[in-house]
Design a binder for this molecule. Structure first.
Ligand code: PLP
Length: 375
């Protein structure tokens, strides 16, 4: 198997799985229980929160565990709007956000909000000036992702935060793809809400975290109940998932530099190998080290994904969330339809090898030679 879809999800690292089994079978107490087993679970939970705080460079109290990146995005957006409910009902975002953001905003339009969606240039770039020009007196929220999941473009969140200083609009960034791949500090990033997710990093699916800091205050609880997560998100904490998340993040903290260098090597080597294929073009900027999108104009990406998949080579046609629809990211970039429809994404992880990339490059070239363009 040649797995080149780490931006969709990652295998759980063995050390992470071992840690989770230990928590499930030995340290399984309810963190709210008063006896020793419960206290140990609570201490462990807070130690895990501290790991996330260290990775985000923030205070422990600013980290709330969630069930996924989608939850973090939904919650941050609604919490920011609730906090700024007297400011107005205008939201600024980009047309290239993940559907967790875009669909939340679409729902909010039905509730009376107005959304400005900024379009990128043909390389997928959006400038801070573009974002700041769109901000109005009644803008309650600006939500701009850190790293795009299809192109690997990195957006100027720091500059946007600096430009918003002194203005009421709160800033959320979806850092699900950027977290630990593109180093940042919550302090210098300047966003009020930052969403991250475990399964892009060697942790299991079903766990994430939301940073609530900066000017975020009086955050509206997501779930009411037993008062867990400082009353913000009730429900017995998913201690094994959280322990797995923290263990995976610890591995990134310990080995981050080597891992990022390896990812950048994979991207650059893939760029070189795939660049040799006749007619192939690169899509977006691939500023993040783990994502590279390429197009074989005229060759439908679904066919490429199926053909390579049958050979045990796993790549994706844009975001895994699109399921066959032409990607909204590539459409927003204004790419010719043949280019957009022929785009596949390769994404890399710590275990990606030269052989994986060679296999993908050879299979893509074979696909080009054996099939006729259909578009
Ligand atoms: N945001 C981005 C940029 C993503 O790439 C993803 C997952 O693909 C998500 C949000 C959603 O995260 P989760 O799968 O944890 O809900």
């Amino acid at each position: 198997m040649h797995y080149l879809d780490y931006a969709a999800t990652t295998p759980v690292e063995p050390a992470v799985a071992e840690e989770m089994v230990r928590v499930m079978t030995e340290g399984f107490g309810n963190p709210s229980a008063q006896y020793a087993l419960g206290r140990a679970a609570r201490d462990r939970l807070e130690a895990d929160r501290q790991v996330l705080a260290r990775a985000l460079d923030c205070r422990r109290e600013q980290v709330v565990f969630t069930s996924c990146g989608t939850e973090g995005d939904n919650w941050a957006i609604r919490a920011a709007l609730w906090q700024n409910r007297r400011v107005g009902k205008h939201i600024v975002t980009t047309a290239v956000e993940h559907s967790a953001v875009l669909e939340t905003l679409r729902a909010l339009e039905g509730e009376g909000y107005t959304v400005t969606r900024l379009r990128p240039d043909s390389q997928g770039n959006i400038s801070a000036a573009q974002v700041l020009e769109a901000v109005r007196e009644d803008t309650a929220l600006v939500t701009v992702m850190l790293v795009n999941n299809e192109t690997g473009n990195r957006y100027p969140v720091e500059e946007i935060a600096a430009g918003l200083r002194g203005r009421p609009a709160l800033l959320h960034t979806d850092a699900v793809q950027g977290f630990l791949k593109v180093p940042f500090s919550a302090r210098t990033l300047g966003a009020d809400f930052i969403t991250v997710s475990g399964h892009k990093l060697g942790a299991p699916k079903g766990v994430g975290a939301l940073y609530i800091g900066g000017r975020a205050a009086n955050t509206r609880p997501l779930l009411c109940g037993g008062g867990q997560e400082r009353g913000l998100r009730s429900g017995t904490e998913a201690t094994a998932q959280i322990a797995g998340f923290a263990r995976a993040v610890s591995l990134w903290l310990e080995q981050g530099e080597e891992r990022r260098a390896h990812l950048a090597w994979c991207r650059d080597y893939a760029r070189q190998r795939l660049g040799e294929i006749e007619g192939l073009t690169f899509v977006g900027q691939a500023q993040a080290p783990h994502i590279l999108s390429v197009s074989l104009p005229g060759y439908p990406s679904q066919n490429i994904v199926t053909d390579l998949g049958e050979q045990g080579i796993y790549v994706s046609a844009g975001s895994a969330c699109h399921k066959g629809k032409l990607s909204h990211v590539l459409s927003a970039m204004g790419l010719p339809k043949r280019t957009a429809a022929g785009t596949v994404r390769l994404s890399f992880g710590p275990a990606t090898t030269r052989e994986d990339i060679d296999a993908a490059a050879e299979a893509l070239d074979r696909h080009r030679q054996m099939r006729f363009p259909m578009l």
